[in-house]
Design a protein around this ligand. Structure first.
Ligand SMILES: Nc1ncnc2c1ncn2[C@@H]1O[C@H](COP(=O)(O)OP(=O)(O)O)[C@@H](O)[C@H]1O
Ligand SMILES: [Mg+2]
Length: 362
């Protein structure tokens, strides 16, 4: 096993900068997730670590070894792609054995590794089949198995679950987590899916437009987002943003007023008289007739069984009027057109600079 360390890695394609100034270190045996919107540079980072792409600048270490100039084959990493890339003319067993054969592993070892991997991924009954005789989920497990059988120092997974249907994705995600608990390979996993990031990661690296936005464990990323991008990317429905004016004591949204908690005031001194974006998560908004902060009108009601999601518009003269996502207990039965009196949990209020997106209440 090994650590993976990136120091100021950049990758440019002619005049396109795919990634810039990427630095992080994945400790031996940990499971890290790179997450961000499509095009933010996730695959480029993974391909650079694998050696399928050369960094334009920066240094890349696997263990203590500088590997910028080391060809992919000699890096002892295994990568699993979104499109399984199995060899169609080979059986499942031959696919699983392929990487080991290429490295001249002795046949006995190959046999025992294939059996162990097939058992742990529940594909032992499929060993004689060809990939076209498998379902998507089974093919993906063979692709994972082929990488696992090699017992690489580092595991790289690029959106490996995104071709699976929802149920299978949940199951395979849990299997992956269990597998890592057993094998403990250093793993770097790429996804645009925030649920996968939250559920799988020891540490999450949030990326946007080729830059690292924040690195932290899932709970910290959720509870202490560094900026507006991170705050609105993780969480479903996302954190609400409300444009407001700060007057030194309260936030004003036209005629409506949200008091500024004392704990926020020192950090907001320079924002006095300025526009800010308030951030509040859907589960931190409650119905309250007494001491409400905001009035809003229900536009959409989505019952989900365990909870009800409500979308409500805050009436403002300035358009577009802000829309709030609100998560309510299922026994409350709001209807479209209802006017709600809302109280925000001010302990969980975030304040962002609307220009830079930086969080002001750090
Ligand atoms: N071979 C390439 N040539 C030119 N631009 C590329 C190439 N590969 C990736 N890019 C660009 O780099 C950026 C990051 O791409 P990518 O790493 O694939 O993002 P992600 O995996 O997060 O969706 C995108 O803007 C993409 O268009
Ligand atoms: Mg990608």
């Amino acid at each position: 096993m090994a650590t993976v360390r990136l120091e100021e890695i950049a990758r440019r394609f002619n005049n396109v900068t795919a990634i810039e100034n990427i630095s992080f270190e994945v400790p031996d045996g940990q499971f890290w997730v790179l997450v961000g919107p499509s095009g933010c540079g996730k695959s480029t980072i993974l391909r650079t670590i694998a050696g399928l792409e050369a960094a334009t600048s920066g240094r890349l270490y696997i263990g203590d070894r500088l590997v910028n100039q080391v060809p992919a084959r000699q890096r002892d990493v295994a990568m699993v792609f979104q499109n399984y890339a199995l060899y169609p003319h080979m059986s499942v067993a031959e696919n699983l054995a392929f990487g080991l054969k290429m490295r001249n592993t002795d046949p006995k070892t190959i046999q025992s590794r294939i059996e162990a991997v097939a058992r742990s991924l529940d594909i032992a009954h499929l060993l004689d089949r060809k990939p076209r005789q498998l379902s998507g989920g089974q093919q993906q497990r063979v692709a994972l198995g082929r990488a696992i059988a090699r017992q690489p120092q580092v595991f790289l997974l690029d959106e490996p679950l995104s071709n699976l249907d929802a149920k299978l994705r949940d199951e395979t995600r849990a299997e992956l987590k269990q597998l890592h608990q057993r094998v403990c390979n250093t793993t770097i996993y790429v996804t645009h899916d925030q649920v996968e990031a939250m559920t799988l990661a020891d540490q999450i690296v949030v990326l946007d437009r080729g830059h690292v936005q924040q690195i932290g464990d899932p709970q910290t990323i959720y509870a202490q987002p560094a900026n507006q991008m991170v705050a609105t990317f993780l969480g479903s429905p996302p954190m609400n943003l409300l444009a407001a004016t700060y007057d030194g004591a309260a936030f004003r949204i036209e005629a409506q007023t949200i008091p500024c908690p004392d704990r926020l005031r020192p950090a907001l001194r320079s924002a006095q008289g300025q526009r800010v974006n308030l951030g509040i998560r859907p589960e931190q908004i409650h119905l309250s007739d007494a001491d409400a902060h905001l009035k809003a009108e229900v536009t959409i009601v989505e019952p989900l069984g365990r909870e009800i999601l409500v979308r409500a518009v805050v009436p403002t003269a300035e358009l577009p009027a802000p829309i709030l996502n609100i998560q309510l207990a299922p026994e409350l039965r709001p209807r479209v057109g209802d006017r709600l009196s809302l109280r925000l949990n001010l302990d969980q209020l975030f304040v962002f600079d609307p220009t830079t997106g930086d969080r002001l209440n750090r």
